[in-house]
Write a protein that binds this ligand. Structure first.
Ligand SMILES: NC(=O)c1ccc[n+]([C@@H]2O[C@H](COP(=O)([O-])OP(=O)(O)OC[C@H]3O[C@@H](n4cnc5c(N)ncnc54)[C@H](OP(=O)(O)O)[C@@H]3O)[C@@H](O)[C@H]2O)c1
Length: 242
């Protein structure tokens, strides 16, 4: 599994200001960051986000390459179809235990991308009432029959078994991503380091890349750097698990 994030120099991944929550505000809408994100999406079998990230993103957004960097849409499509032999767009996977998902969004209504909502049986009940069963290309995967958290390993196994997903791209948010990091399931991380400082305050802390999960020095995940690239003041870092 591959993770992709953009972070400020002080490690913040969201300003948490309504309308200015997305990664674009963190990267300064940096072109190279968007190109890399598009290339990762063009390569992936599925792109996963938590429902917190879904709701912080524009309602018309699709988790496909062309949505993040339109200028290279034709190149991405050619690469995906001709080099990787993947004719379909990646599955867009939304994780929500509660099933509180805004189904009016384009990704659910348009039929443009295959969507899987990963949830609990309680969440599935809520989604059924909200009309999920009549959405054109959306299916609900019930992966926990109580209303508790679904383990990352269960998610990966189900996506592999039911959708043939081998390369999963994880785009956050930090709560869901932290669980995958703790489970040791992130093989590679692409991190763009943006040249700005966001700060934070004890009253309303802003999240960093791993949120709600903590380590001690004895079990902190160790990474090795695969590549480091620079464009103007941004750094584009690629790490692999040791
Ligand atoms: N800078 C970046 O690269 C970047 C990337 C992504 C996101 N972000 C930002 O991060 C913020 C959102 O992050 P977030 O941490 O609040 O939200 P998140 O991780 O996207 O979503 C959290 C939600 O996911 C569901 N979830 C998580 N773990 C689960 C599990 N094990 N089983 C079942 N459901 C699970 C829960 O939904 P329910 O409550 O429905 O159960 C939980 O409330 C936004 O501001 C976004 O813009 C930044």
């Amino acid at each position: 599994m591959i993770g992709n994030f953009v972070s400020t120099l002080d490690g913040i991944v969201s300003f948490l200001i309504p309308g200015k929550e997305g990664g674009g505000e963190i990267s300064g809408h940096d072109e190279a960051d968007r190109f890399i994100m598009g290339l990762l999406r063009a390569s992936a079998d599925a792109v996963m986000v938590g429902v917190g990230t879904l709701h912080a993103t524009h309602p018309r957004h699709l988790w496909v390459a062309s949505s993040v960097y339109r200028d290279a849409a034709a190149l991405y499509e050619q690469f995906r179809k001709e080099v990787l032999a993947k004719p379909e767009p990646p599955f867009n996977v939304i994780v929500s235990g509660s099933g509180r998902v805004d189904l009016s969004r384009r990704m659910f209504q348009s039929g443009d991308v295959p969507v899987r909502i990963v949830t609990t049986s309680k969440g599935a009940d809520r989604l059924r009432v909200a009309g999920a069963s009549v959405l054109p290309t959306t299916e609900v995967l019930v992966l926990n029959h109580s209303d508790g958290a679904i383990t990352p390993a269960t998610m990966l196994e189900a996506l592999h078994a039911q959708c043939g997903v081998r390369m999963l791209l994880h785009e956050g948010g930090p709560t869901l991503y932290g669980e995958f990091i703790r489970a040791g399931l992130v093989d590679e991380m692409f991190v763009t380091l943006a040249p700005q400082l966001a700060g934070s305050s004890p009253a309303m802390p802003r999240p960093n890349m791993v949120w709600g999960t903590e380590f001690i020095p004895e079990n902190a995940p160790q990474l090795r750097i695969v590549s480091a690239k620079q464009s103007a003041d941004h750094l584009y870092l690629r790490y692999a698990r040791r």
